[in-house]
Design a protein around this ligand. Structure first.
Ligand code: PMP
Length: 383
C-alpha cells in the first residue's frame, strides 16, 4: 500500500508526525487548554444575527483587510493590555497558529533559523519546519524559567532570524518577565536584526501584566494572541498579533487573499461585543487554576507555578519511580488518570503532565483521580 514515504514529499518532512493531541471520548477532557465554558446564550444569539447578516453578502469576497475586526481587537487590547494600539498595529488570521505561520513565512524560511526555549509550545518548532525554517532548541532552567545568560549566549552564537518567547509558557505555565524579554530582544538585535515573537496565547490568565507595552519603539517585537482560550472560542479559529504597523504591512506579502472568511469576521466581532462576560469566566478559571495548584501541592505533588489556564505537575517524589523520572513514567501516570476517566496531556516533559483548568466539577474529578492514583501507587509500594 502506498504510504507517505512513497510520495515525493520534502526531505525534511520524512518520518515526522503531525501535531496530534488525542481527541478521545472520555468524561473529563482537560488536555488541550480549551475553555470549559460554552459561549453564553445571548452571545450565541448575537453570533446568529451577525452571521445571518454576513450570509446575505457571501456572494462577495470578505473584507480582505478585516478592518472592522482589527479595530475591535485594537480597542480590546487598548482596554485590557496596558498599551494603546490601533487597527494599523493589529493583524488577524485563522488562529494564532496561522499568525505564527505568516510571521515565519515572512521573517523565517529556507536558509534562516528560529529559536525557542524548550519545553515550550511544540508548534513553534513544527511551523518552523513547515516553512523551511531551521529550528534551534534553546535552554531553560530546572524550574522551567528561561536561563537568561544561557539564552543570550545561544542567541549571540546562533544568530537566529526569529526568537520565540512563550509567556505564559505552554506546557509549563511559566510567565516571562519584561526584563527577560528585553534582554533577549537586545541580544537578538545585537546578533543581527531579527524578529522577536512573544506568544501570549494565555496572556489573559496571567497574574501579571501583558508584555504588549514592550512593542513601543521596538519594531522587531511582536505579541501574538488568540480568541481560542480567554474568549472560549477555540472552534472559531481567530488569532491576532500586535506590532509596529510595518510588521502588519510585511505579513501582507505572504497572507492568502481573503484568508479570514466573512463568517469568521462576523463571529469574532460578536464575541468581542461580549468581552466582559467572557472575561468573567476567565476570572473563575484563574481561581480554579490557583485551586488546582494549591490542592496538588497539598497532596505532595510537584507543581510548577502557573500563569495560564493549565497546570504542570508530577506525582509526589516520595513515590518510587515517579517524581523526576523518565518520560515513559509520566505516560504511565497519564494512562492511570485516563483509566479514572480523566484525560490530561503528556507533553514529553520527564516526570510531568499538564492539566487544563476545567469547571469546578471537572477539576474535582481530576483531583479525585490524582488522589486515587497516588493511593494505588502507595499501596503497590507497601506491598
Ligand atoms: N500559542 C500557544 C502557546 C498555544 O498553546 C496555542 C494553542 N494550544 C496556540 C498558540 C495556538 O492557538 P490557536 O491557533 O487556537 O490560536
Amino acid at each position: 500500500m502506498t504510504g507517505i514515504d512513497d510520495l515525493p514529499i520534502r526531505d525534511e518532512l520524512r518520518g515526522k508526525s503531525p501535531y496530534g493531541a488525542p481527541q478521545l471520548d472520555v468524561p473529563v477532557r482537560l488536555n488541550t487548554n480549551e475553555n470549559p465554558y460554552p459561549l453564553p446564550e445571548p452571545l450565541v444569539r448575537r453570533i446568529g444575527e451577525r452571521v445571518t447578516e454576513a450570509a446575505r453578502h457571501l456572494n462577495r469576497y470578505p473584507d480582505r483587510d478585516a478592518v472592522e475586526l482589527r479595530t475591535a481587537l485594537a480597542a480590546y487590547l487598548t482596554r485590557t493590555a496596558g498599551h494603546a494600539v490601533e487597527a494599523a498595529n493589529v493583524w488577524a488570521a485563522n488562529g494564532s497558529n496561522e499568525v505564527l505561520q505568516q510571521l515565519l513565512q515572512t521573517f523565517g524560511g529556507p536558509g534562516r533559523t528560529a529559536i525557542g526555549f524548550e519545553p515550550s509550545y511544540s508548534m513553534h518548532a513544527l511551523i518552523s519546519r513547515g516553512t523551511g525554517t531551521g529550528w534551534i532548541s534553546g535552554p531553560r532552567n530546572d524550574d522551567f524559567t528561561i536561563d537568561v545568560d544561557a539564552a543570550v549566549r545561544t542567541i549571540g552564537e546562533q544568530r537566529p532570524d526569529v526568537v520565540f518567547i512563550c509567556s505564559p509558557n505552554n506546557p509549563t505555565g511559566t510567565a516571562v518577565d519584561a526584563g527577560t524579554v528585553l534582554a533577549l530582544y537586545e541580544a537578538a538585535q545585537a546578533a543581527k536584526p531579527s524578529l522577536v515573537v512573544v506568544d501570549e496565547a494565555y496572556g489573559e490568565f496571567s497574574h501579571g501584566d501583558s508584555l504588549l507595552p514592550l512593542i513601543e519603539g521596538r519594531p522587531n517585537l511582536v505579541v501574538s494572541r488568540t480568541m481560542s482560550k480567554a474568549f472560549g472560542a477555540a472552534g472559531l479559529r481567530l488569532g491576532y498579533l500586535a506590532a509596529h504597523p510595518a510588521v502588519v504591512d510585511a505579513v501582507q506579502l505572504v497572507r492568502l487573499p481573503y484568508h479570514l472568511s466573512a463568517v469568521t469576521q462576523a463571529t469574532a466581532l460578536a464575541a468581542l461585543e461580549h468581552t466582559d462576560t467572557l472575561l468573567g469566566y476567565v476570572e473563575q478559571l484563574k481561581t480554579e487554576r490557583d485551586r488546582l495548584v494549591t490542592e496538588l501541592r497539598a497532596m505532595g505533588c510537584e507543581v510548577t507555578d502557573s500563569d495560564a489556564n493549565f497546570v504542570q505537575f508530577g506525582l509526589p517524589r516520595s513515590l518510587k519511580g515517579v517524581g523526576g523520572t523518565p518520560t515513559d513514567d509520566a505516560h504511565t501516570v497519564w494512562q492511570a488518570l485516563l483509566d479514572h476517566g480523566v484525560l490530561v496531556r503528556d507533553n514529553g516533559v520527564p516526570g510531568r503532565l499538564r492539566v487544563t483548568a476545567g469547571t469546578p466539577a471537572e477539576n474535582d474529578a481530576f483531583l479525585d483521580a490524582v488522589r486515587a492514583v497516588i493511593k494505588e501507587r502507595s499501596t503497590k509500594e507497601n506491598r
